[in-house]
Design a protein around this ligand. Structure first.
Ligand SMILES: Nc1nc2c(ncn2[C@@H]2O[C@H](COP(=O)(O)OP(=O)(O)OP(=O)(O)O)[C@@H](O)[C@H]2O)c(=O)[nH]1
Ligand SMILES: [Mg+2]
Length: 480
């Protein structure tokens, strides 16, 4: 990269410090034009002939940023000089640590632009780290996951990808694919021969082993996506069953308004909670009922939308109240999806008719659950206001989303992009398997194995087309 980029790398707003970062061949000389070290302590001391170009790498310097034309002071700063190649981008980097306010930062940024730097594009610092070979694509993506991780477990997984855990797994798979290719290409030298039986078995064994490895990673990837992106859990039920009370109880704070008046919640309300390491977006909804009130009707519409988007549903009944047509109507919306049935207000005596329904119709229906839920609905007795049964409920939610999933630390595949590439790689091997069994020519086998290799290369970036790269780095903010 032959130009020098600059950007404010800290969030815009008030803070203790804010950083303007430059990277590229001119980074240090531009800093030199605008930086003056702290004035000598004694007036008799001669002004030092200090230049940043002569200081050692990875050193911090205290001074001021001055406009080279006119000498106006912009801010009092610390300036960090880092020379290539041991830097984030592998290029020369100068970081100016200013006071964290919009004005000092934007004025210093402006000066760097006037002195010849160019405003960085989104994610361009990390993109340079990738293009210069310091990070592969999966490691570059993980930078964003580290910044955005919502739970400790998500952060653990992102850090392990950043340190190269995914790259390592991909590298080892690729090595095996390459040696497979070598074996096939040896055959290509004698094209008139068909692959001998012994070799056919060996080829099939190797292909099978590789497919197993890929399939395991694909399984892990599903868990990884949940860890990174989280899931949406929507609380539904008729009015006054205690949905907002449950949201508050799970969040351990009085977030939603709770009253004894049915129809209190008018709009959906969402808040993140940490479910044993899984980020869960918890959505409280307006209770569903037939109503003439236009505001409430809009609320009910939004509830239905939230149900559609939900990964899991928490279906609430008031255990002290009789079952109503509203309850049954909502049950109809819920039953095809992953849901838990919660009997709230279990601190009060139970309504007998409700118990009958649970033991009768409900049991019948849920025992014939559709295969997508693949889950025997358990009934959770809770009291939102008395905070009873919540730990059991949390466990139930976890089971529903995570199953007997792997430990988060082992998860190194966490994006749809990775999953998609792994699936294509696996598919190519399935085809290779068919080709071998069909007794086809080695060229055709080699073609499929190469397809499989290319798909893996997309994960680490060697074979990722430009538009994929652009899409990935556009997700970043300017300055990262
Ligand atoms: N005894 C008892 N009362 C509860 C419990 N949970 C909620 N309540 C009460 O039930 C009433 C309704 O609670 P909300 O949480 O507002 O119910 P909601 O389902 O959000 O109601 P809408 O927003 O109107 O749909 C309030 O008076 C709560 O105090 C519980 O576990 N036990
Ligand atoms: Mg409510």
């Amino acid at each position: 990269m032959d130009d020098t980029i600059t950007a404010i790398s800290t969030p815009l707003g008030e803070g203790g410090i804010g950083i303007v970062r430059m990277s590229g061949p001119e980074a240090i000389s531009i800093a030199d034009q605008i930086f003056r070290p702290k004035a000598p302590s004694s007036p008799n001391q001669a002004p030092s002939r200090f230049t940043l170009s002569s200081v050692s790498s990875h050193t911090v310097h205290y001074g001021r940023i001055l406009d080279p034309v006119g000498g106006e002071e912009m801010d009092e700063v610390l300036l960090v000089v880092m020379r290539k190649p041991k830097t984030y981008t592998t290029e020369d980097i100068a970081e100016i640590h200013c006071h964290g306010g919009l004005l000092p930062l934007s004025r210093v940024l402006d000066l760097t632009l006037r002195c010849g730097a160019r405003l960085a594009e989104r994610g361009e610092f990390t993109k340079r780290a990738f293009l210069n070979g310091r990070l592969d694509l999966s490691q570059a993506e993980s930078v964003l996951d580290i910044i955005r991780s919502k739970t400790k477990e998500g952060l653990d997984s992102a850090l392990s990808i950043h340190h190269g855990a995914l790259s390592e797994e991909i590298r080892s798979l690729k090595e095996k694919l390459v040696s497979l290719l070598v074996l096939i290409e040896a055959e290509l030298e004698f094209p008139e021969d068909e692959i001998e039986e012994l070799q056919e078995t060996e080829l099939l064994d190797r292909i099978l082993e590789l497919r197993k490895g890929l399939e395991k990673m694909i399984e892990e990837g599903k868990a990884g996506k949940i860890l990174r992106e989280g899931i949406t859990a929507v609380i539904v039920g008729k009015t006054n069953v205690g949905k907002s009370s449950l949201l508050n109880a799970l969040l351990l704070e009085d977030r939603a308004i709770v009253t004894s008046i049915p129809g209190t919640t008018r709009d959906t309300l969402e808040e993140w909670m940490n479910l044993k390491g899984i980020p869960v977006k918890l959505i409280d909804t307006a209770g569903i009922r037939e109503t003439q009130d236009i505001v409430e009707r809009e609320g009910v519409k939004r509830t239905k939308k939230a149900i559609e988007m939900a990964d899991i549903l928490l279906y609430l009944l008031d255990s002290s109240d009789r079952l109503t047509p509203d309850d049954l109507k909502i049950f109809d919306e819920v039953r095809g999806k992953k849901f838990l049935l919660l009997l709230n207000k279990c601190d009060l005596p139970k309504d007998e008719k409700l118990v009958k329904w649970l033991n009768g119709d409900f049991k019948k229906i849920t025992n014939h659950q559709s295969p997508i839920t693949n889950h025997k609905s358990r009934i959770y007795e809770i009291s939102a206001t008395q905070r009873m049964g919540l730990e059991e409920l949390r466990k139930g939610m976890l089971e529903l989303v995570w199953g007997n999933g792997v430990s988060p630390k082992e998860v190194v595949v966490n994006r749809s992009r990775h999953l998609d590439a792994l699936r294509r790689s696996c598919l190519a091997l399935e085809k290779a398997d068919e080709v071998v069994r069909g007794g086809k020519t080695p060229e055709l086998i080699a073609f499929e194995v190469r397809e499989s290799l290319d798909a893996l290369g997309e994960i680490t970036g060697e074979t990722a087309p430009d538009e994929i790269l652009n899409r990935i780095f556009e997700e970043f903010c300017v300055g990262k």
